[in-house]
Design a protein around this ligand. Structure first.
Ligand SMILES: [Zn+2]
Length: 465
């Protein structure tokens, strides 16, 4: 399988450290506000990647963190803790905020049929592991202490900047003038491992005892500590958004490799953003959409999933309501094909022809994860002259990657009494008794069904949504 590695900036033949096992770590959500469809795209991509590995003959262990402390509003250790910010904004306790937005996150991912990671680890449940790692870094002389915090000293880690290709010297230049910076911080790129509960953080709600006094961990250390705990010192794939490359992931590398002396991640997998109508989602533009906004407009959340299948993970994807409508139509068509195939008599077993489509599907996956191309192969296969059984088998097999729940779709069952009303109406129409016909249509509608007249005075019944 070929994948693009941000670290080496090229397509690489991906081989796990201990085949066929793949270790995968994903930076999870910071649970201080509603997760939106931009996050949804990121976690759908993760899910597609995760589902692809078993399809390609690997086994996978997937770990994702939940950031529930220490993520400041400024990536450069400026500002306040996002969790405290969320608590203020919604007038809730910080622990209620964590619970509410974690639940909302999983409500969103469940609606999109995203498999839960094997291990979901909240930062606040791993304070001990983080302290242990900071102590290790301290013993190796990679940290320094000020009145306010313990910092990682990037000048002691020569490889700093390798992931983003930034030269550390640039990062050493003065910080922005409009944000608070610890005056004892040596380099601008140094980052906090532990914040003490003093100064701007003297009222910080979440806090723990540590060798450096009462306080709370910096954001980056949780990913290093928890990935080591659950996946070992070297992991195969680490995923995250492109926005994490230059700070969060650089810092994870510095911490993990600083502590272990080993390579932290073999392949860095980063996905691009989602825009809405060509613009970045932001509060000021008022264009932040959640899964509830999608459902409120009567779209199937899986239509959003289908929409995400259409763009390669390294490309910027764009959301428009028109695109979602088209995705919903395509999904509906696919579901109807699945229903149709299921109702047909099964033909002979897999032939060489079906093997060809499967091979092309696998090839597309193995070529830097070309999901849009696997979708094209699927539609081509469905239009081919394969038998119904061959098509259905392939479709359901491919859907193990797509995750569109095609195995579950079935014909809508219309109750007997509704069919009887429709039959009565058919007779009325044959007699040209249109008053009676209209009365019966209203009765059908008010029972929650629609009736559509088709050729030869026949009809189609459907459940009204
Ligand atoms: Zn992370």
């Amino acid at each position: 399988m070929k994948l693009y590695n941000t670290l080496t900036r090229k397509l690489e033949e991906f081989k796990p450290l201990n085949p066929p096992n793949v270790t995968l770590y994903t930076c999870g959500p910071t649970v201080y506000d509603y997760s939106h469809i931009g996050h949804a795209r990121a976690y759908v991509i993760n899910d597609l990647l995760r589902r692809s590995f078993p399809f390609l003959g690997f086994t996978i262990k997937h770990v994702m963190n939940i950031t529930d402390v220490g993520h400041l509003t400024g990536d450069d250790d400026s500002g306040i803790d996002k969790l405290e910010k969320g608590a203020k904004k919604y007038n809730k306790s910080v622990w209620d905020v964590v619970k509410f937005y974690t639940d909302y996150f999983f409500k969103t991912t469940d609606a999109l049929n995203i498999l839960r990671p094997d291990i979901v680890c909240p930062a606040t449940k791993h304070i001990k592991e983080m302290i242990e790692m900071i102590k290790k870094l301290e013993n190796k002389g990679l940290t320094y202490e000020t009145e306010e915090a313990i910092y990682f000293d990037v000048s002691k880690f020569p490889k700093y900047g390798q992931l983003s290709g930034q030269i550390v010297k640039e990062k050493l230049k003065g910080a922005r003038a409009d944000v608070y910076v610890d005056p004892k911080k040596k380099n601008n790129a140094d980052f906090s491992l532990w914040f003490k509960r003093v100064g701007r953080f003297k009222d910080h709600t979440m806090h723990w005892d540590s060798p450096w006094g009462d306080g709370f961990p910096g954001w980056h250390i949780e990913c290093s500590a928890m990935s080591t705990k659950y996946l070992g010192e070297t992991i195969d794939i680490h995923t995250g958004g492109v926005d994490h490359i230059s700070v969060h992931h650089e810092n994870e590398i510095a911490q993990s490799e600083g502590a272990s002396g080993k390579q932290f991640v073999r392949l860095w997998f980063h996905y691009n953003f989602l825009t809405v109508n060509g613009e970045k989602m932001s509060k000021s533009l008022g264009n932040i959409l959640t899964i509830d906004d999608i459902v409120k407009k009567n779209y199937d959340p899986l239509a959003l999933r289908y929409l995400f299948l259409q763009t390669h993970y390294r490309q910027l994807a764009n959301f428009t309501w028109e695109a979602l409508t088209s995705a919903q139509e395509a999904l509906k068509k696919l579901q109807n094909i699945a229903i149709d195939l299921k109702s047909q008599i099964y033909g002979p077993d897999e032939s060489r022809k079906t093997h060809g489509y499967r091979q092309r599907f696998v090839n597309a996956l193995a070529d830097d994860f070309q999901i849009p191309q696997t979708l094209a192969v699927t539609w081509e296969m469905l239009k081919s002259d394969l038998s119904a059984k061959e098509k259905l088998d392939l479709l359901l097999d491919f859907d193990k990657v797509f995750g569109l729940r095609l195995i579950e779709v079935k014909e809508e069952i219309i109750p007997k009494q509704i069919v009887e009303l429709a039959e009565k109406r058919k007779i009325a129409r044959e007699k040209k008794d249109f008053n009676e016909s209209d009365v019966l249509r209203n009765e059908i509608n008010s029972s929650g069904y629609s009736i559509e007249d088709i050729k030869n005075n026949n009809y189609k019944l459907k459940i009204l949504k």
